[in-house]
Write a protein that binds this ligand. Structure first.
Ligand code: HEC
Length: 103
């Protein structure tokens, strides 16, 4: 059971580390590249197996709005408002197109 706990925190640590990195090199990063940093919680290809909701195929406008609302603290969240603050408007557009375009 300690093993399972360790694994979960390692995944979270890894995704937070990726988020930090993508924040520094986000000039023209693709939606797929940016989207990979979300996979730790939202699942590979946007299909979540855990507590975070699936993102695959949600309307692009909804995804954009959600990220902007998290970023400005308009929408309450446990973690997404901290995450959303690391992304520019262009990043959000790219990620929304990436997840929203998934079939
Ligand atoms: C550390 C885990 C974690 C990471 C990494 C993460 N999310 Fe989330 N996300 C959540 C959780 C948990 C929620 C539910 C709201 C909350 O409590 O923060 C959520 C909610 C969302 C929602 C709202 C979905 C809905 O149905 O309304 C969107 C959109 C979203 N995340 C996008 C992203 C994007 C884009 C990324 C990558 C930049 C990302 N998330 C990275 C955990 C995460």
């Amino acid at each position: 059971m300690t093993h399972k706990l360790f694994k979960a925190s390692a995944v979270t640590a890894a995704s937070l580390l990726c988020l930090g990195l993508s924040g520094t090199v986000n000039a023209g990063a693709s939606g797929a590249m940016l989207g990979n940093t979300c996979a730790g919680c939202h699942g590979t290809h946007g299909v979540s197996a855990g507590a975070a909701p699936s993102l695959k195929g949600l309307p692009v406008d909804y995804l954009k709005q959600a990220m902007h609302d998290f970023k400005s603290d308009k929408r309450p969240a446990t973690i997404m408002n901290r995450i959303a603050k690391g992304y520019s408007d262009a990043d959000i557009d790219a990620m929304a197109a990436y997840f929203g375009g998934m079939k």
